[in-house]
Each structure stands twice: as C-alpha cells, then as structure tokens.
Design a protein around this ligand. Sequence first.
Ligand code: 3HC
Length: 293
Amino acid sequence: MAIRKVGVVGCGLMGSGIAQVSAAAGFATVVREVSPAIVEKGIAGIEKNLARLVEKGTITAGAQAETRGRLRGTTALEDLKDCDLIVEAIIEQLPAKRELFTALDALCPPSTIFASNTSSLTITEISAATKRPQRFVGLHFFNPVPVMKLVEVVRTIATDADVYEEMVVFGTRLGKTAVRAHDSTGFIVNRLLVPYLLDAIRALEEGVGSIEDIDNSMKLGCGHPMGPLTLLDFVGLDTTYYISQIMFEEFHEKRFASPPLLKRMVLAGWNGRKAGRGFYDYADAAKPKAMKF
Ligand code: 3HC
C-alpha cells in the first residue's frame, strides 16, 4: 500500500475524528485548520479521546503515545504537500471546497490522492476544480468517527479503478467497513437516512406522537441506538436542513423536502445539541428534556 502520510484539512468534529483514526491506524497524519486556536481545540479533543480509551483499557499507554506522536497540527496548507492522501473535512460549501482543492492541486505532486468527506455535495463537481479527477474520491465518515464502523468510499465516472481500490483498502486499514457507492447525491446512507429523519419531523408536525414517543418507538421498536429526533439534534438541525435542500434540488422529490418545522427551528437557532436546544433542551446535558412547541 502506497499511503504513508495522510493530510486532513479541517479539525472540527469530523476532521479531528478522521485525523485520530488515521494516526491510530499507523499513518503519519498532519491536520490543518485556519487558526492556531482551532488546531489546539481539535488536537485537545483527540488527546481527551485517547486518554479515555486508555482509562477504559481499550488501548495501552504505549499505543496512545505512538498515536499522538504520529499526529501533527498546522495552519499552513504547505505542510500537506508531501502527503500521499489528503482528506478534506471543511465547511459543507461547494465554493470553499473547490477553492481548497484548486490550491492543493497546485501544491501537491500529481501522485497525491484527494478525498472529500462531503455528505451531500457532488464529488464530481468538487473534483472538477482540480486537474486530477482520476485521483479523486469521496470518503464519507460518520459521527462520532472513532466509534462508527462505516466509511462510504465514493467513485465518480472519472475515478481511476486502482485509486478507488486503494481507497477501499485505506478505509479498511482505518478499522472501518468500507462500502462502495457511486457519486449519487447523499450516497447510500443519507439517501436512506435523510427521508427517515424528515418523516419523523413530519410525524411530529402532524401530531402522530410526542417527541419522546416518536424517539422511543424507533429506539425500542427497531433497536436503533437513538430515536430520530435525538439523532437530528446530534447531527445538527442546520446540517440536516442544508443536506435536505441539496438533495431536494438534485432529485425534486417530496421525500427530501424540508418540513416547515425544521426550517423554523433552524431560523430560531435551535440547531440541536451543539446549540443547547433542538427537539430537546440540553441545559442539563445528562438529562435532556423534550421541548414543548
Ligand atoms: N468520540 C469518541 N468516542 C465516543 C464519542 C465521541 N464523540 N461519543 C461516544 N463515544 C464512545 C464512548 O466512549 C463509548 O465507548 P465504549 O463502548 O468503548 O465505552 C461508546 O462510544 C458508547 O458511548 P456511550 O456509552 O457514552 O453512549 P451510547 O451507548 O449512547 O453511544 C453513540 C453513543 C455511539 C453516539 C450512539 O448513541 C450511536 O451510535 N448513535 C447513533 C449515531 C449515528 O447514527 N451517527 C451517524 C449520524 S449520520 C452522519 O454522521 C452522516 C452525516 O452525513 C449526516
């Protein structure tokens, strides 16, 4: 396998998780953010996660030190120029991603493979900002990245078959099950998950059940780890709203249309757990209380 050094752009929730699993899997990993404060915050989160894994006996103190030793934070994009693979996990906006990859394309040798962790944008459209669409894939991870066992490996019509297979192997090296998906908006998971989450909001709007009863139904009736409204708060209502708009624009199907309640909650800033309020109030994070509408 040719991948030795991995660059990650973005050290937020997803980027820091990707950097953690990459370093833990033995790859020299450089993670880049726009300011030293954001780099420090992301790396501190990874250190906390690793310390928790040692406390629980999941990894040894030696493995913790080795993982940390393979990980480096930076604010300079140039520090990624000798990476074999660069995974992008920045803001979910097409112009920002295209601008980043154009800069990376000029910086990196032609051999470097590029990947985007986008959840709903088209890989083809991002890769068209570079001169290497044949060395461009989607690597879509799930939150929390160190825990969730899946990565969707996405190929476009331009992706080279060998590069694609190398990325499937890379996903497996990270300890994930790598599923193969075509570059269709939402790939596999969000194609199925987004209509389900939106339907849960529609069920609430129509008075089919209360917040707790809708969540308990899917948790206890179907064995899901979280009910759909809790999961919406976890993923972020703003994120889900944004994804649904992209998917609706692509497919023009009602199942991807945002319910009015979702739009209103996002307008009100009730974006879920990170905002302290969504379908639940997180004033006491250990005991979220269902909101009354
Ligand atoms: N980072 C690292 N580890 C974490 C973590 C985090 N943020 N949150 C939880 N964990 C670990 C815990 O340490 C614990 O590890 P252990 O089993 O070794 O002790 C394990 O996960 C379970 O955590 P808890 O016991 O605290 O809590 P739960 O049992 O409730 O599990 C959960 C938490 C893993 C988040 C679980 O509720 C779950 O799987 N929820 C569904 C998550 C999901 O569906 N994610 C995908 C969202 S969709 C997406 O990301 C795609 C995007 O495009 C929208």
